[in-house]
Design a protein. Structure first.
Lengths: 248, 562
């Protein structure tokens, strides 16, 4: 097994994974459902709130909780179930190249999904006067947030042999991460819990992915948020690598 | 040797490395809060400090102390907002070149801070949650106090602050500039009121404007010039749709202008009756008074056919289609219609002017040669009709009315600015009979006076919130325009610059319900069409490749048989 990293090897894996998505209707269905839900959430209030483009970026949160687990669940779990993991590791590629390749494929799907929301931007430009830096920041933030979720989802996918279980666990974990700020509010509202767990709320807000996305989606580029996403992604890609290495 | 083995084992231990990495993740994130960079590239510029604020801060004689009282234990829903406010305050202090000292205090855990807050009159804000230990409802501090010398100003709840930078800079400017300035309002002269009340329609109340202007200038003084003088501390007088303007009123306003006061007049000779939906010429006394100062408000009502103002009612176009009723009496002036070169209009995005008359500057009375500065502030589009003396305002009759109109279409000014030393209205007139006996007329102006005249009093009102053109944003646009005018007339042009930061995206394009449905449909259809198209192309390509593969196989097999 190679130890070094070659980008072309990662890209070969990425291409194979992307083809897998689109060789069956699954990839198309995921994307269609994502667009459908995003549009529903946007157009619930879009015309009534003065064609506010911010709604688009706010609407990514909930569809991400389902879309990304659907994309990442098969990254490892399918290989494990089909028994192709060992074959994959016999290829003249390093584990890191394979992990990064799979990650790139999921990121490609994410960026594709986001680019399919561009008609909403077009409508906002036609009907109003949106802030272009908010649009750029919103998409960049969504890519960072999605990238962090994908790294975590990919790691969880390694832990399970069943895609359904991987999907459910990932969705649950994402929900907890997304909702930590709401959960901490709930805890805070229960007096007895607030006494015991009050100190937790800052930490819970801090690890909430949506908390870090909020500034970016308003066109504010803060190194703290970007660093959080990069470190979060790197940590789970590393943990994925560690887990694979350990199991071999 | 043993130590080296230990280090080697330590490094090779996967568990330890993993734990170390998680710790590193947390530590780096924690450290990043000490050293960070932030670029606010949004139009709104929440974290950008404007040059106006920098100038005010850097030109201070003495340092300003900003004490920020924030409870540590706040509801999680406010954590992000408080972080943003703290970050903003740090940014604000960093741009002061040492002229602003920032202190963060937690009155919940610091007795001195609690006492200091109390001394400043700062009380915690109830947050509606029960404290189990104390068996009482909890409250938290979100306040900021500014001290300059012996003067202090407080912002009781910064979470509710819409324009924190404006509020800070305005207060610092106010404290460092000892001249007290007040705003006056001509009361008992018409239906328009500063506050909402029973039996006062929304279109006659100026509550939103009043609340905002009072933040900086204190309570608006209600002055009836029929019975009292304009106090010397009043720098700007508001005259909104007066239903009369007696000789005594004129005398007091004239003398106010002679001493260099500023006047904002929003009045039209046209009396708008929204119960009967008609407008006709009403009291023209204010019109006559203004004419003396070179401002001519027309006895007309403007209809801007290019403006996309519309009413909350829908009209039936055909069996399937309804759309908002276009209403050209409600004029939405875009950025291009505002004078961007004047500090009042600079950087603003729009002005909503319902039921307005035209306003002209009479060059024979006030001109640059006579030492006056004159300019328009807002004008309608070139597709505007002026209906003279009488007009029906019924939205259902607008379409038929427009067919019969033969008036020429052109642009009209609806807000103007005139500044200079005006001649006294009473220079060649006798004093009013009811003038005080010992009254001494000042015939010559001692300082430049300013008049801002608008053709519609409704610019000041909360009317935009009842329309469907938007239009909380329209109300915000109007407030920005009016508050900028007040700031500029008070000699605080730099504060008006701060208003550029506000988000005033007044959309110029009206989208009918049918268009909305089509656009919404496209948002669904375009991506789904792309997906289906790409999928079909891919399937066909794969089938083709598959067929080619079979034919090659057949040829290969046929060849081998041959």
């Amino acid at each position: 097994m190679k130890k070094n990293f070659e980008t072309r090897h990662a890209l070969v894996i990425a291409r194979r994974e992307v083809n897998n998505y689109f060789n069956t209707p699954v990839g198309y269905i995921f994307l269609a459902i994502f667009i459908f839900f995003v549009n529903i959430l946007v157009f619930l209030r879009f015309w009534e709130t003065g064609k506010n483009i911010q709604l688009l970026f706010e609407s990514f949160h909930i569809p991400f909780l389902v879309f990304i687990p659907a994309v990442t669940m098969r990254l490892w779990a399918e290989e494990k179930k089909a028994g192709t993991t060992e074959i994959l590791f016999t290829l003249p590629m390093s584990t890191i190249e394979i992990i990064v390749g799979k990650y790139i494929s999921a990121m490609f799907l994410l960026i594709l999904a986001l680019s399919l929301t561009l008609p909403v931007v077009g409508i906002a430009v036609y009907a109003g006067s949106p802030d272009f830096m908010v649009i750029i920041g919103g998409y960049l933030g969504a890519i960072f947030m999605g990238g962090a979720y994908i790294a975590l989802g990919q790691y969880i996918s390694w832990l399970f042999a069943e895609q359904t279980v991987a999907f459910l666990v990932t969705t649950l974990v994402f929900f907890v991460l997304y909702a930590t700020s709401f959960l901490s509010t709930m805890l805070f509202n229960v007096p007895a819990l607030a006494l015991v767990l009050g100190w937790l709320k800052d930490l819970m807000a801090f690890i909430s992915v949506s908390w870090h996305y909020e500034s970016l989606s308003r066109g504010i580029f803060d190194t703290r948020d970007i660093l959080f996403f990069i470190l979060f992604t790197a940590l789970f890609l590393y943990l994925n690598w560690r887990s694979i290495e350990k199991s071999r | 040797m043993q130590v080296q083995d230990l280090i080697k084992n330590f490094q090779e231990s996967k568990k330890v490395t993993t734990v170390l990495l998680v710790a590193l993740f947390l530590a780096l994130n924690y450290l990043s809060y000490g050293i960070y960079l932030r670029f606010d590239l949004s139009q709104e510029g929440q974290f950008r400090i404007t040059q106006a604020s920098k100038n005010v801060l850097r030109n201070l004689q003495d340092p300003v102390i900003v004490e920020a009282f924030f409870s540590t234990d706040v509801p999680p829903a406010f954590v992000q907002q408080i972080k943003n406010i703290k970050d903003f305050l740090k940014e604000y202090a960093a741009n002061s070149r040492g002229k602003l000292k920032l202190l963060f205090l937690d009155p919940d855990n610091d007795k001195d801070a609690r006492e200091r807050a109390s001394a400043l009159g700062i009380q915690p804000t109830p947050i509606g949650q029960l404290d189990v230990k104390k068996q009482e409802f909890r409250s938290a501090y979100y306040s900021v106090a500014l001290s300059y010398g012996e003067k202090t100003e407080t912002i009781a709840n910064v979470l509710q602050s819409r324009e924190l930078e404006y509020e800070l800079t305005a207060r610092i400017r106010k404290m460092s500039n000892p001249q007290e300035k007040r705003i006056g309002f001509l009361t008992n002269h018409g239906p328009f009121q500063l506050f909402r009340g029973q039996n006062i329609p929304l279109w006659h109340t100026m509550q939103s404007f009043t609340q905002r202007v009072q933040l900086l200038y204190g309570d608006i003084m209600q002055i009836d010039t029929n019975s009292q003088e304009i106090p010397p501390e009043v720098s700007v007088m508001l005259v909104i749709a007066p239903d009369r303007f007696s000789e005594l009123d004129r005398l007091r306003f004239d003398q106010f202008l002679m001493r260099g006061g500023s006047l904002i007049v929003a009045a039209s000779p046209m009396n708008v009756n929204l119960q009967n939906f008609m407008a006709s010429v009403g009291n023209t006394e204010a019109q006559e008074f203004l004419r003396h100062y070179g401002i001519d408000t027309g006895s007309d009502m403007l209809l801007d056919l290019a403006s996309r103002g519309s009413l909350p009612w829908l009209q039936q176009i055909d069996f399937f289609t309804v759309q908002p009723l276009p209403y050209p009496f409600w004029i939405l002036i875009g950025r291009s219609g505002l004078n961007q070169e004047h500090p009042i209009g600079e950087g603003l995005f729009g002005l909503f002017v319902p039921y307005t008359s035209s306003v002209k500057i009479d060059g024979n009375v006030v001109s640059a040669e006579k030492g006056f500065k004159t300019t328009f502030l807002a004008k309608t589009s070139a597709e505007t009709i002026a209906k003279q003396n009488f007009v029906f305002l019924d939205p259902r009759q607008v379409a038929s009315m427009l067919e019969t109109f033969e008036e020429t279409r052109t642009d009209y000014q609806v807000a103007v600015y005139v500044r200079g030393k005006f001649p006294s209205y009473f220079a060649n007139r006798p004093l009013p009979k009811d003038a005080p006996k010992d009254f001494t007329l000042q015939k010559e102006a001692t300082a430049d006076a300013t008049i801002v005249a608008l053709g519609s009093p409704y610019v000041f009102t909360d009317l935009p919130v009842v329309s469907v053109i938007g239009c909380r944003e329209c109300l915000e646009a109007n407030l920005s325009f009016l508050l900028s005018a007040v700031d500029v007339l008070n000699g605080m042009e730099e504060l008006a610059q701060l208003r550029k930061k506000q988000k005033l995206a007044v959309s110029q394009r009206a989208i009918s319900k049918t268009q909305q449905d089509i656009l919404t449909f496209l948002a669904y259809a375009i991506p789904l069409g792309i997906l289906v198209g790409y999928g079909a192309r891919r399937v066909m390509r794969r089938k083709k490749l598959s067929r080619e593969g079979v034919s090659v196989m057949v040829r290969v097999q046929g060849g081998s048989h041959g």
